[in-house]
Design a protein around this ligand. Structure first.
Ligand code: MN
Length: 194
């Protein structure tokens, strides 16, 4: 069987990185989403959606926004294991994705459709609207593929609804982890005194 986590496992040396090994595990209840804030060579955000026992993942270089006017580029990256959802820590120098990682937001999500099909169906068609119930991101969001299919670029943006916050900058207003409350800098420092 095709292993969706093959790429994830191949890219990492688990004797060196504190990241979890990839294996397929399903959430007991509703599917979750996680957004990691990742201070790699370039600071970016990783948007991850649970489906079929793993996390579909996109890099959002500029991070999400609660302002419907702000449409952010989202680039698909390798599927991650569900156990990655709570990962925070520092990936060592020289390892893939070296740098500090915090869980910037997390919660459950729904596909916003009556009688929704599996997430994969919508992703194949290049268009899905999601209801996010995070600690920071709330309400409807769209994920739309742009340009030609091999291009694999998507746009991620807030839909106009009661949760939308025009003119807001949630990345500045709420920079820290929803799990530990820590900032990227604090994660690096904590690692330093270990
Ligand atoms: Mn990343």
């Amino acid at each position: 069987m095709n292993d969706p986590l093959k790429k994830y496992n191949e890219k990492r040396n688990f004797s060196k990185t504190p990241e979890p090994k990839g294996e397929i595990i399903r959430s007991v209840n509703e599917p979750i989403f996680t957004i990691h804030k990742h201070a790699a060579r370039n600071l970016h955000y990783d948007f991850r959606l649970e489906t079929n026992g793993y996390l579909k993942s996109w890099v959002i270089p500029k991070g999400p926004s609660m302002d419907p006017k702000v449409k952010r580029l989202a680039i698909p990256t390798e599927d991650h294991p569900l156990s990655y959802a709570n990962f925070e820590g520092v990936i060592p120098e020289g390892e893939y994705g070296a740098g500090a990682v915090i869980v910037w937001d997390q919660g459950i999500y729904k596909v916003l459709k009556d009688d929704p099909k599996p997430l994969e169906t919508y992703l194949k068609n290049g268009h899905v609207t999601l209801g996010l119930h995070g600690k920071k991101l709330k309400g409807g969001f769209a994920l739309i593929q742009t340009g030609n299919k091999p291009n694999q670029r998507w746009l991620f943006f807030k839909m106009k609804d009661d949760d939308a916050m025009s003119g807001s900058d949630i990345l500045m207003d709420e920079p820290n982890s929803v799990i530990s409350g820590k900032s990227i800098d604090e994660i690096i420092k904590r690692k330093g005194i270990k």
